[in-house]
Design a protein around this ligand. Structure first.
Ligand code: NDP
Ligand SMILES: CC(C)CCC[C@@H](C)[C@H]1CC[C@H]2C3=C(CC[C@]12C)[C@@]1(C)CCC(=O)[C@@H](C)[C@@H]1CC3
Length: 334
């Protein structure tokens, strides 16, 4: 039986690099489904994958994770197409209108916090969020809630007796407890919706393990490190792409001090690819798996305990179930 793998946000960056790596190790035994909101970019990604792997099975699925109706109809389509789903990579993500705090950056450069700042971006980034047509905060809806709905809708193909399935979240080392508030899980009031959504995905992964392990479904989170993608180019929009390229020697130098500067999507996808090869029962639900690249360019995966607790994860899970019920009733979806 071929393994079925669905990747959200697969048309670029880390998601596309993961697809390339999966096909490079096993072209014949996989059915890959690229779930993307932009079908033109999705077609281009599919063509690129088929150019290097002409016999691969690569399907496309239209899905906008920020839209409830889009997620529900995409999940319906998946259930029609496949009777099993072995891996669900929850990778689509946004960091809209990032504001780079230059002063805080220079202060950080001359402080003992310098390594943490380069590894996590802590203290130097804020974002301006917006509201979706479903009335949800965009970052929360895109990075977390859309994926939560997708998992709930795909339960019948994810939870099958006699075999296991894996949920794998692309989280971030930018996920901080201080940015997250259970009373404001959508982060309507703060300036760090990205960090909040990633911290929430760490909590949700833990809660999903609590509720679904008995049914053979396991959840893990990874951090890809700092990777040059359209998400990171957006941080300094006035910086032309060639300037980022000119900075590469500096970034390679920084990598000597922090192996979190993975820099390429291929390297960033290391932990996602590593998890594909693990037995899910052997994984620790309280751990985040980090893609790292050494100064000499060697890739590896390192587990690191997360700053999360069972109690908070349970409360978040209940709140998400409640929001799901409320939103699906108001959208007339049963
Ligand atoms: N780059 C980095 O340094 C880091 C990235 N990450 C995470 O990695 C993940 C991948 O990002 P990365 O590869 O860097 O950036 P990219 O911008 O290259 O990839 C993001 C992907 O998500 C998709 N996406 C965005 N919004 C939606 C939506 N509403 N519905 C469906 N798909 C959507 C994008 O599609 P489209 O082309 O349509 O915009 C794109 O395919 C994100 O979750 C990000 O938070 C985590 C830590 C560090
Ligand atoms: C122009 C200067 C010479 C260099 C500027 C560097 C910063 C723009 C980067 C330094 C650390 C980076 C970083 C991220 C964004 C860009 C930096 C702040 C992230 C926050 C991107 C998204 C994530 O999820 C984090 C894991 C990244 C952590 C490091």
């Amino acid at each position: 039986m071929n393994k079925v793998v669905l990747v959200t946000g697969a048309n670029s960056g880390i998601g596309l690099a993961l697809c390339e790596r999966l096909l490079s190790q096993d072209t014949e035994g996989l059915q890959l489904c690229l779930a993307c909101r932009n079908m033109r970019r999705a077609q281009a990604a599919r063509s690129a994958l088929l150019t290097s792997h002409p016999t691969a099975q690569v399907a496309l699925l239209q899905m906008d994770t920020s839209s409830i109706s889009s997620v529900i109809s995409a999940a319906h389509e998946v259930k029609l197409r496949y009777n099993r789903l072995d891996y669900l990579y929850l990778n689509a993500g946004i960091m809209p209108n990032p504001q780079f705090d230059v002063k805080a950056f220079f202060r950080g450069l001359f402080s003992s916090n310098i390594i943490t700042m380069f590894a996590t971006g802590e203290g130097i980034l804020t974002q301006k969020d917006s509201v979706t047509s479903d009335g949800l905060q965009d970052v929360f809806a895109t990075n977390l809630f859309g994926h939560f709905l997708l998992i709930r809708e795909l339960e019948p193909v994810l939870c099958n007796a006699g075999r296991t399935s894996q949920l794998i979240w692309t989280s971030s080392s930018n996920a901080h407890r201080s940015a997250f508030n259970l009373e404001d899980m959508q982060h309507q009031r703060g300036t760090q919706p990205y960090s909040s959504s990633k911290y929430a995905s760490d909590l949700l992964s833990l809660a999903l393990n609590t509720h679904y392990n008995k049914q053979g479904l396991y959840s893990s989170v990874i951090c890809p490190g700092f990777v040059m993608t359209s998400l990171t180019y957006g941080i300094l929009p006035s910086f032309p792409a060639f300037l980022w390229t000119l900075l590469m020697p500096i970034f390679w130098l920084i990598r000597m001090f922090t192996n979190t500067f993975t820099l390429t999507p291929y390297n960033g996808a290391e932990a996602l690819f590593w998890l594909f090869k693990q037995k899910p029962e052997s994984l620790d639900p309280q751990v985040k798996y980090h893609s790292l690249t050494s100064g000499l360019g060697t890739n590896y995966t390192q587990p690191c305990k997360m700053d999360i607790d069972l109690e908070t994860s349970e409360v978040l899970y209940e709140k998400l179930l409640h929001l799901e019920k409320r939103k699906c009733i108001s959208c007339n979806i049963t």
